[in-house]
Design a binder for this molecule. Structure first.
Ligand SMILES: [Zn+2]
Length: 125
């Protein structure tokens, strides 16, 4: 799998930097206990998970363009990635985590607002 998938992508770093500037403290690439899955940006105490999904690898409806060559290969790869995302969400929901899934093309401040709003709403649960 190509190295640009996974942690420390530019859009993810931008979200992390902004959250940090605002005083939020979190864990990165946080392993979901008992699995091989991890959360891009995790607030374990609040059980809030943030993912910054790459437009290509996760099949963003605005930016994903089916490949013309080896399209069967890429289609099945994309389907597998999306199934994995859904499965990760289900895993986390079963453990009562709240989830923010964002696309790498989304405005950083909008993503941060969603995260901040969610953290506020779960602060007292
Ligand atoms: Zn996109």
């Amino acid at each position: 799998m190509r190295a640009n998938r996974g942690r420390d992508t530019k859009p993810e770093l931008a979200v992390r930097r902004r959250l940090h500037e605002l005083g939020y403290r979190f864990r990165v690439c946080y392993r979901i206990e008992g699995t091989t899955r991890s959360i891009d940006i995790a607030f374990p105490r609040h059980r809030v998970a943030v993912f910054v999904d790459g437009c290509f690898w996760h099949g963003c409806p605005e930016h994903y363009r089916p490949a013309r060559r080896n399209s069967d290969f890429w289609d099945s790869k994309l389907r597998a990635n999306r199934a994995r995302d859904l499965d990760t969400d289900a895993l986390l929901q079963a453990r009562e985590w709240a989830i923010v899934r964002s696309w790498e093309h989304e405005d950083v401040d909008q993503v941060v607002r969603r995260v901040a709003g969610l953290l506020r709403s779960v602060a007292h649960r």
